[in-house]
Design a protein around this ligand. Structure first.
Ligand code: VGL
Ligand code: ZN
Length: 186
């Protein structure tokens, strides 16, 4: 699962994450590996209405970002979406936010139906959407592997990213890097 690797979360974007663009080439390596093994890949995207409740104008915590159909909501330049990729849009209604790719998307059901037992999660941001997607993946019964070399944090408070990683591990996720992929436990 590639979580929210969208222009607005890259440096210079509306909710730019330091070094966020660095995940792109790393994710592309994972994507090539998964494609070579015929494994499904899912790209989530934050896909908000212009008046979304998470935006400052509505009293929310964030500047406007990832408004559906705008350039800021596009996937990051250079991100290699394979033709068979599933795209999951989330937080698509004005009244509700959703950080997790599993939130109101029925994604867990679709993955279970395909016999998926393990999910490998990278992208943006470590302390929000990667964290909550990981939690929901664990709660749905998947083994969750967090791609430690392909995530970056917003770090609203310094250390948020590190605390998120600790919380994911405490919840039962495992942290791996590209070179460990072959050794990931079944
Ligand atoms: C995200 C803040 C607001 C994320 C989405 O993708 O992590 N963060 N909306
Ligand atoms: Zn958002």
């Amino acid at each position: 699962m590639v979580v929210d690797v969208q222009r607005d979360f890259l440096p210079g974007g509306a909710l730019g994450v330091t070094d966020g663009d660095a995940v792109v080439p790393v994710l592309n390596r994972y994507l090539a590996r998964f494609a070579a093994q015929g494994l499904p890949v899912v790209f989530t995207r934050d896909w908000h209405t212009p008046d979304h409740c998470s935006f400052h104008a509505r009293g929310g915590p964030w500047p406007p970002h990832c408004v559906a159909g705008t350039p800021g909501a596009d996937f990051a330049p250079g991100l290699a979406l394979p033709p068979h990729a599933e795209i999951v849009s989330k937080a698509t209604t004005a009244a509700a936010d959703a950080y997790s790719g599993f939130d109101h998307t029925r994604l867990a059901d679709r993955l279970h139906a395909r016999g998926v037992r393990r999910v490998f999660i990278g992208g943006l941001t470590t302390d929000y959407c990667v964290l909550t997607t990981t939690r929901d993946g664990l709660a749905a019964g998947f083994g969750v592997f967090v791609l430690g070399d392909a995530i970056r944090a917003v770090d609203v408070q310094p250390g948020d990213g590190e605390r998120a990683i600790a919380a994911m591990l405490a919840g039962g996720a495992r942290l791996i890097a590209f070179d460990d992929l072959e050794d990931a436990p079944a």
